[in-house]
Design a protein. Structure first.
Ligand SMILES: NC(=O)c1ccc[n+]([C@@H]2O[C@H](COP(=O)([O-])OP(=O)(O)OC[C@H]3O[C@@H](n4cnc5c(N)ncnc54)[C@H](OP(=O)(O)O)[C@@H]3O)[C@@H](O)[C@H]2O)c1
Length: 385
């Protein structure tokens, strides 16, 4: 029996992870949960899984939750410190890191510092602090196992391979809902149209990132840190069927690939059971029902954020932090209907133009750049839109 904690338990990854754990109750027990504002769902999760420690974002919500719990031995904490406490809870063996955005960084780092297995969905942590997280994982002995389907695919392909034999890694992208929409029509797509992803059901931020392809840009940087690859070893192909999650080209001309239906439970389960594989009734891939698999190059006129992400990947220093910060603000403004869809890329572009590039070696420096760029991006939006 392994003890699991889920950070971001009320989100898309979090609820998938808990459904999976419920079907594998003889193998996994939930000891900690951390969520943001959705206390009603969290309360139901607590009643069902009986964790020992839970965290919510606000102090008032924590107070309310504590008063509603029938079991007064469950410890309720709050805020980022609360999520960190849940992440480093001494009974944890596996921590699923699935809070969205840079808010997930401190709790993820807390789990890594405590030396556990971290099943990592929160890609933004690696984007903004990949060197710090890898350094800390090395020091504590923590294992970082990817949950992102593309990175899980690469991880599975590389299980028995030597990293020095890799020529290139290719991440696939569905292309989002507008892959074939005439460019002129993409400009003013509504929030509802952007959130209608053709293949994956995910949280709002990552769904918008999938429509702009920023998600794939962030994933290039994530892959760089997970697998220690050089920028020119990382490529993207559009693959609308979302069946092949990634491909690894080896030095001898062979290309390895990982295929499955687009179901996040598959990579979540692998991160929990690795190196074992378990039959929990997840759907088999029947390729005869797919018929054809297509692959296309990325058109950077349609997806200008891929170019910016590649610049951040190559330049490093503070640019990945700035890219992520500008993106978080621009996506938030789009979801709040303060800017249009095409303005997301414009705003990020403008924000990065005025960014003062510098070294970031500590968590404090990461958060300082994040705060500065977020302020700057809000100012750009307020002045221009
Ligand atoms: N969804 C996918 O299929 C998928 C695939 C690959 C990677 N990912 C990555 O996984 C992460 C989560 O994605 P998601 O789609 O699950 O997002 P989501 O549905 O929006 O869920 C986010 C979770 O984080 C919690 N949260 C947000 N801010 C918080 C804070 N400050 N403190 C504590 N908890 C906070 C939310 O709580 P409340 O809802 O209670 O406020 C929710 O539980 C993202 O980094 C995403 O890029 C997702």
């Amino acid at each position: 029996m392994k003890n699991v904690t889920v950070l971001g338990s009320t989100g898309s990854i979090g609820t998938n992870a808990l459904e999976l754990i419920a079907s594998l109750r003889d193998r996994f027990a939930v000891v900690g949960l951390a969520a943001g504002a959705n206390t009603s769902l969290l309360l139901r999760q607590v009643e069902k899984f009986r964790p020992k420690i839970v965290s919510v974002k606000g102090a008032e919500a924590a107070h309310r939750l504590q008063s509603l719990l029938r079991d007064s031995t469950i410890q309720v904490v709050h805020g980022t410190e609360g999520a960190e406490e849940v992440a480093r809870f001494q009974e944890n063996e596996i921590v699923i890191s699935a809070i969205t955005g840079i808010d997930g960084l401190r709790p993820t780092l807390a789990a890594i510092r405590a030396g556990m297995r971290v099943a990592l969905a929160n890609k933004e942590s690696l984007v903004v602090a990949g060197a710090i997280l890898q350094r800390e994982a090395k020091a504590s002995g923590a294992e970082i196992i990817p949950v992102d389907s593309e990175h899980s695919g690469i991880f599975q392909c590389l299980a028995k391979e030597s990293r020095s034999d890799i020529r290139r890694v290719i991440l696939t992208a569905s292309g989002g809902p507008f892959f074939q929409t005439p460019l002129a029509e993409v400009r003013n797509k509504s929030v509802e149209e952007v959130l209608a992803h053709p293949r994956w059901k995910m949280g709002k931020k990552v769904t918008v990132d999938s429509a702009t392809l920023m998600n794939k840009g962030l994933e290039l940087i994530e892959a760089r840190w997970l697998f220690g690859l050089a920028p020119d070893q990382l490529a993207i192909l559009i693959h609308p069927q979302s069946i092949v999650h990634s491909l690894v080209e080896m030095c001898d001309g062979s290309t390895l690939a990982q295929l499955s239906w687009p179901d996040m439970k598959i990579p979540i389960q692998y991160a929990l059971t690795y190196p074992e594989r378990v039959d929990s009734g997840l759907p088999r891939l029947e390729l005869e029902r797919v018929n054809h698999l297509e692959f296309y190059e990325v058109d950077e006129r349609r997806y200008p954020l891929v170019k910016l992400a590649r610049q951040a990947l190559e330049t490093e220093k503070s640019l990945p932090v700035a890219l992520n910060a500008a993106n978080e603000v621009a996506v938030g403004a789009f979801l709040d209907r303060r800017i249009g869809f095409s303005a997301i890329a414009e705003v990020i572009h403008l924000s990065l133009q005025s960014h003062r590039l510098r070294e970031v070696n500590s968590l404090e420096e990461v958060f300082a750049v994040d705060a500065e760029v977020k302020r700057q991006t809000q100012t750009i939006i307020a002045k221009r839109y």
